[in-house]
Design a protein around this ligand. Structure first.
Ligand code: SIN
Ligand code: FE2
Length: 203
């Protein structure tokens, strides 16, 4: 496997790691999953609807509402378990995430139009020794990453379809977000937009 680019200590990027066929297969898996676990725009605890729509694969899915952020073992609207994690994602995690412990959650974000994601830390997981592994599909994202304090300087980079990145070690709790996507930069996702998959060990 190619060597990653170390963007900042603990933040590694593998540009174009996933070949087109795998990107297409993952989009198909997401669309099939969304039939049983529909994309939803969750509210923040403050009652603001998020601009990215979300669903999940695996035993646990990340959800948000006025009661707060948490991992849940079922879809909040259907009450059904989340769809199974695609094998390809389990393999990717075994290579780049953790060889012994599988991920128990994959958050699926869909960005269309002017959807974005404000700077935040991923800190709802029980053990930050496990990395977060992120797969980008479809339109390019203008991604921002800083340090572990909100006020730390940030840098901006583009995440293209097929790119994989990892937050681990000193970057595991780094602030990060998506400033915007570049609509029309990819034709991978039917109807346009960007899908981001983040693999995590939540519990
Ligand atoms: C996230 O932080 O949950 C998503 C990041 C991304 O969409 O690239
Ligand atoms: Fe995040």
């Amino acid at each position: 496997m190619s060597q990653p680019l170390s963007v900042t200590p603990g933040f590694d990027l593998w540009p174009g790691l996933l070949e087109l066929e795998l990107q297409q297969a993952l989009v198909s898996s997401v669309l099939a999953a969304a039939e049983v676990a529909p994309f939803a725009r969750y509210e923040t605890p403050q009652g603001k609807p998020m601009s990215a729509a979300m669903t999940a694969f695996g035993p646990l899915g990340w959800v948000s509402d006025r009661a707060g952020y948490r991992y849940a073992d079922q879809h909040p609207e259907s009450g059904q378990p989340w769809p199974q994690m695609p094998q390809a994602l389990l393999h990717l995690w075994a290579r780049l995430g953790d060889a012994e412990t599988p991920p128990d959650s994959c958050l699926v974000n869909l960005y269309r139009g002017d959807a974005r994601m404000g700077l935040h830390q991923d800190r709802d997981e029980a053990d930050p020794r496990f990395p977060v592994l992120s797969v980008s599909l479809g339109d390019t994202a203008v991604f921002r990453i800083g340090g572990t304090r909100r006020k730390d300087p940030t840098r901006s980079l583009r995440l293209n379809s097929g790119d994989v990145c990892r937050l681990s070690g000193p970057a595991r709790l780094a602030f990060h977000g998506v400033d915007r996507i570049l609509p029309g930069s990819s034709s991978l996702v039917p109807g346009g937009g960007r899908i981001n998959l983040t693999l995590r060990r939540a519990r």
